[in-house]
Design a protein around this ligand. Structure first.
Ligand code: ACO
Length: 326
């Protein structure tokens, strides 16, 4: 039998509290104009005190399960892309597994920062293709607000909290005409550790025994993002014998409106074929793609049969893309 992963449902969750640029400008020396013109960001959601990454992930997972018409009993696996786990260990995914009432299957976290969702999707897809899992919950969830230096205006204005999830289901595509087209066509992952120090957190269990705070060389990251994303997008299209004009929707990691515009321009995609949430969510790291995907699926923009391209770059550096026939 030959299996392919089909996205059976999606869901997302944002914390209630909204922090606007104007409110932020009362805390650090910045303005709505500076933030909006450099990044496209107008506001972000911030998790309440005591609200953990697992809580956000759980809410998104419940919605994805409902959307897919499934229950936690159907799941074989939970993969959670996150950089802001509840604790150093155990994996936050195991906590979500327990919250969902799952008593079987496996759960683990995956750390690829802003590329965490694409990496998790790729791992899940490979488990399904090899027949080792049938139904997988893939989540991207972050409480990035917890690792920001709220006095550093160069980083604290860029990020937000949130979670998104999809349910992947194995579809037997052997000998089914046409059906083989649906689902994840391919995923493409990269990392290059030589650039660890342009985006990192200055803490961790084995180094400082503290959680640490985000540091970033913004311009360097920007430069790498534009080059790496264009490369991996072409790689994904070439692998499937497709061209740029075949893409119906670009669902990019929401780091910065200027990076999104740059990638769309390279692809020759009109603005209304790019799903944008960065204005309202800011950069939610591993959560940003499934949050954007959920929005565009639920409001009817993404429709069955369309070709959806997802791409992300993050700390590591890590980057990747996934092509999906919806
Ligand atoms: N408000 C007001 N002024 C600011 C702020 C702020 N929030 N932040 C920086 N500045 C100032 C700087 O201090 C500097 O002042 P100076 O010239 O007096 O020294 C000036 O603005 C210009 O700073 P730059 O860092 O050169 O500004 P730039 O135009 O490069 O924009 C930004 C910075 C938005 C971070 C940009 O480099 C960028 O988008 N980089 C990509 C980084 C990114 O998206 N990272 C997300 C994580 S990685 C990922 O997800 C892909």
């Amino acid at each position: 039998m030959k299996f392919r992963s089909v996205i059976a449902g999606c869901g997302s969750y944002l914390p209630e509290r909204i922090l606007t640029n104007d409110e932020l400008s009362t805390k650090v020396e910045t303005t709505d104009e500076w933030i909006a013109s450099r990044t496209g960001i107008r506001q972000r959601h911030i998790a309440a005190e005591g609200e953990l990454t697992s809580d956000l992930a759980y809410q998104a997972a419940l919605k994805a399960l409902e959307h897919a018409g499934k229950t936690a009993d159907d799941l074989d696996m939970v993969i959670l892309g996150t950089t802001t786990p509840d604790q150093t260990f155990p994996a936050t995914a195991t906590r979500v597994q327990a919250m969902l009432g799952m008593t079987r299957g496996i759960a683990f976290d995956l750390q690829a920062v802003c590329s965490g969702f694409i990496f998790s999707l790729s791992v899940a897809d490979n488990f399904i293709r090899t027949g080792q899992a049938k139904t997988v919950l893939v989540i991207g969830a972050e409480t990035f607000s917890r690792i920001l230096d709220w006095e550093d205006r160069t980083t604290c204005v860029l990020f937000g909290d949130g979670a998104g999830a999809v349910i992947l289901e194995a579809a037997d595509t052997s000998g089914v005409d046409g059906e083989g087209e649906r689902g994840i066509l391919s995923t493409h992952l990269h990392s290059d550790g030589r650039f660890n120090d342009i985006l990192y957190v200055d803490g961790g269990p084995s180094s400082t025994q503290t959680v640490g705070r985000v540091h970033m060389a913004g311009r360097e990251v920007f430069r790498h993002a534009v080059v790496n994303l264009a490369g991996v997008v072409d790689e994904a299209l070439t692998a499937n014998g497709l061209s740029r004009t075949d893409i119906d929707w670009l669902v990019p990691h929401q780091a910065n409106k200027r990076i999104l515009d740059g990638t769309a321009r390279k692809l020759g995609l009109a603005e209304d074929h790019v799903v944008v949430t960065v204005d309202r969510h800011a950069n939610t790291s591993a959560a940003s793609i499934p949050l954007a995907l959920d929005e565009a699926v639920r409001d009817g923009r993404i429709r069955p049969g369309q070709l959806v391209l997802m791409e992300a770059m993050g700390g590591g550096l890590t980057w990747g893309a996934a092509l999906v026939r919806w």
